[in-house]
Design a protein around this ligand. Structure first.
Ligand code: G4P
Length: 295
């Protein structure tokens, strides 16, 4: 996508975050890697594996309330097959949270046994939560700590200070030190992150983005898309994204003076409705289409 070329993920920022994370590694026992259940591959920074080195780790597929449940199950199987502990949850309803602490304890079972053997029974487990902006780190920590101390920002990429949160007796969480920028050398990764809103809209052409999304959904989720905007699969089969966008605007009566279709308004509507899952629970990354999630 042309517009995405203008977004550079400053290598300097990534180096800073890498150093910050590395400097905190000695303070923690395990890493919880938050991924967006709609894009488990695209929301995973491929450098993470080398940054967290050999620390025990687990995957948290967040926002599963908005993801296609069948695809989430496939991703959980994928991680299981690759011997990576993974759970799916959502911060809106709290579904799946019960599995978090037991999974961390399971990941650390050998360590915990070693502590017990040394008589360190009251040792606090310390977990670092990492993930790209907007994946739900603050919401996740808030829900676990129930103290509302982790500020939830509404813009991706907001830097926060280093913070610890107690989530229960003998269990502490550390919020990602620095901003773990996503990495999208791969064009489709950049597009998907833009669709879900993890890339700032103001640097993107909204109508172009919505058009691309409509083409993607036409091929991936034609029924929910057509149901939502009263389109027929036949009529959109051979259309370009922008033409589908025009149809959406027309069906919704989004007109401007002179009877022209307000495609900008239609684009905002399409993106909003996709991002809030009112269009349906959809997953953009399929296990069989993606490369390995390198964690
Ligand atoms: P971050 O710290 O990783 O940057 O993410 P943050 O928690 O700020 O969450 C980013 C957005 O994602 C927030 O929405 C948050 O409410 C939403 N979110 C987080 N987890 C979930 C989830 O499991 N399901 C759903 N549906 N949404 C989730 P926002 O629109 O930016 O803010 P707000 O509307 O909640 O105020």
């Amino acid at each position: 996508m042309e517009e995405l070329k203008s977004i550079q993920w400053f290598p300097g920022h990534m180096t800073k975050t890498k150093r910050k994370i590395e400097s905190q590694l000695k303070l923690i026992d395990a890493v919880a890697i938050l991924l967006d259940a709609r894009v488990p591959y695209s929301s995973c920074n491929p450098d993470l594996r080398s940054i967290i080195n050999n620390k025990p780790r687990m995957v948290v597929l967040n926002k599963c309330d908005m993801a296609d449940p069948a695809e989430t199950q496939r991703w959980l199987q994928y991680f299981q097959q690759n011997r990576i502990s993974a759970i799916a949850l959502d911060c809106k309803s709290g579904k799946g949270f019960h599995a978090f602490v037991p999974t961390v304890k399971n990941v650390l079972s050998e360590k915990i046994q070693a502590w017990q053997a040394k008589g360190m029974t009251g040792r606090t487990i310390k977990v670092m939560v990492v993930g790209i902006p907007n994946v739900g780190k603050s919401s996740f920590i808030n829900r676990l700590s129930r103290q509302n101390r982790a500020k939830v920002e509404d813009r991706p990429g907001v830097t926060r200070g280093n913070q610890w949160f107690t989530v229960g007796k003998g269990f502490d969480l550390l919020d990602t030190p620095g901003v773990l920028w996503p990495k999208f050398d791969d064009k489709s990764v950049g597009e998907k992150l833009a669709y879900i809103g993890s890339v700032k809209d103001d640097v993107l052409d909204t109508e172009h983005l919505a058009g691309r999304l409509l083409e993607f959904l036409r091929d991936r989720y034609p029924s929910p898309l057509c149901d939502r905007y009263k389109l027929s699969q036949e009529e959109i089969r051979t259309l370009q994204g922008y033409e589908i966008l025009e149809l959406v605007g027309k069906k919704r009566g989004m007109l401007i003076a002179g009877g022209e279709i307000n495609t900008e308004r239609a684009a905002i509507t399409v993106l909003d409705e996709f991002r809030s899952a009112v269009m349906g629970k959809m997953t953009l990354d399929k296990v069989e289409e993606c490369g390995d999630v390198r964690i």
